[in-house]
Ligand binder design. Structure first.
Ligand code: CTP
Length: 405
């Protein structure tokens, strides 16, 4: 099942480290090559000898030899290993290591390796319930997820401290499945393809301090950009104003208004193989944007009428200019979803339209999940269950791949 796959397995200092030993054995049995990297703290919980024996490769712990009389380590070993791995799993991942990775620290071999990594990274947190639910830990986990890293939810149950709650490392079978899923999703099947993704809202200025916008968080588009990059595509992400970190290996262009987004998309479109428009582009913009802040007293009678003019429909314009590109559009509908989405597919000359309804539980703007229906130009309608946005992204890319030349 995993023949020829190269797995980097990071182990940090938590009691769940003993379970990772089973995992090493399962990976090796499935045909994978496993390189275990431990932190010093991890060696307090399980011996490097155990891991070396099970993985049949010498475990790496230190960046530099622990004492001067030992021979120097192979130079740039962290970079070579970073390029070697097809996937990296850190299990168990302590709150400390999660915090360090989230902030780009490189103070031991494991964190230095992570910083240089090009393959997908899966993190399996394991810690006590209060550490897991701590506001800072939650923020660090959110930050890692934004950059396209998979941070698994910890299991609930009895903890080593005697307390009960969330913080248990997910079971080995689940970790195994996650690694397999990630390897399947990072087959580099989009290598050489130019993928253009738009994300987020647009802001249409009324005056220097006010704008018309919408609730789009950009999460769906950023997930697609991250997934496409993991699969080897050259990804350009044109983003409206959002507060998300740029996924690894993604070229990001920031825009603010629909007109700016239109110009950026049109400039990139000719060299694009696949365009995915997740952006919630404002359909209208103020006819005039005041250079100065509009004062209340400028509007006598308490009435302020704002004249709006239509913005370009970026997707429609791209559809009209198509010369072999594949185009995926999104349709945000609160009623008559499939019918309206089909109309958009036809009128904008799309290959696939992704229908979603922000009123459905688990779908919509700020969530990490989505519920979508995928409709293709050939008329196929596929309803997906509630999925994480990164899983939706991968499913869409797999559908798109079938149509890409
Ligand atoms: N879109 C676009 N340019 C616009 C408006 C929308 O490129 N000015 C794109 C969106 O990125 C999305 C698709 O068109 O991929 C559909 O967006 P949506 O807001 O659902 O539909 P609209 O075409 O704006 O139609 P309506 O608002 O009437 O539903």
């Amino acid at each position: 099942m995993l023949t020829g796959k190269r797995i980097l397995l990071g182990v940090t200092g938590g009691i769940a480290a003993y379970k990772t030993a089973f995992l090493v054995r399962e990976f090796v049995r499935a045909g994978a090559e496993v390189q275990v990297v431990m932190t010093r703290a991890a060696t307090q919980f399980i011996t490097p000898l155990t891991m070396t024996t099970l993985s049949k490769r010498e475990v790496i712990i230190d960046m530099f030899p622990p004492s001067p009389d030992q021979p120097p380590h192979q130079p740039i070993r962290h970079i070579n290993l970073a390029l070697w791995g097809d996937v990296m799993l850190i299990a168990p991942a302590t709150a400390n290591t999660i915090a360090k990775i989230a902030h780009g620290e490189a103070d031991n071999f494991l964190t230095t390796l992570v910083l240089a990594l090009r393959c997908p990274l899966i993190i399996a947190p394991a810690m006590d319930v209060d550490m897991y639910l701590n506001e800072t830990t939650r923020k660090n986990i959110a930050l890692l997820r934004e950059t396209g890293c998979t941070v698994l939810e910890a299991d609930s149950g009895e903890l080593a401290s005697g307390l009960s709650g969330s913080g248990r490392m997910p079971e080995a079978v689940r970790l195994f499945d996650e690694v397999v899923k990630s390897l399947n999703n990072s087959r580099r099947d989009l290598a050489g393809k130019n993928v253009l993704v738009t994300a987020g809202p647009t802001h249409e200025p009324i005056d220097p301090v006010r704008f018309i916008g919408n609730r789009s968080s950009g999460k769906m588009g950023f997930a697609i950009a991250a997934a496409a990059a993991w699969r080897g595509a050259n990804v350009t992400l044109i983003s409206g104003p959002v507060s998300l970190s740029t996924p690894r290996n993604v070229r990001r262009l920031d825009v603010s208004t629909a007109r700016e987004m239109n110009a950026a998309v049109m400039a990139e479109f000719p060299a694009t193989d696949l365009l995915i428009m997740t952006a919630a582009v404002a359909d209208f913009a103020p006819a005039r944007s005041s250079q100065q802040k509009i004062k209340r007293e400028q509007k006598p009678g308490g009435k302020f009428v704002l004249e709006l003019l239509e913005n370009p429909d970026i997707l429609e314009a791209a559809g009209a200019k198509k010369t072999g590109q594949m185009i995926i559009g999104f349709a945000l509908e609160t009623e008559n979803g499939v019918e309206n989405a089909r109309k958009k597919l036809a009128s904008k000359n799309l290959d696939i339209v992704v229908l979603n309804n922000p009123l459905v539980e688990g779908a919509g703007f700020s969530t990490d999940t989505n519920v979508v229906t995928v409709i293709t130009a050939s008329g196929k309608v596929e309803e997906f269950p509630l999925m994480s946005k990164i899983d939706v992204a991968n499913a869409l890319l797999s559908r798109a791949l079938k149509g890409l030349r």
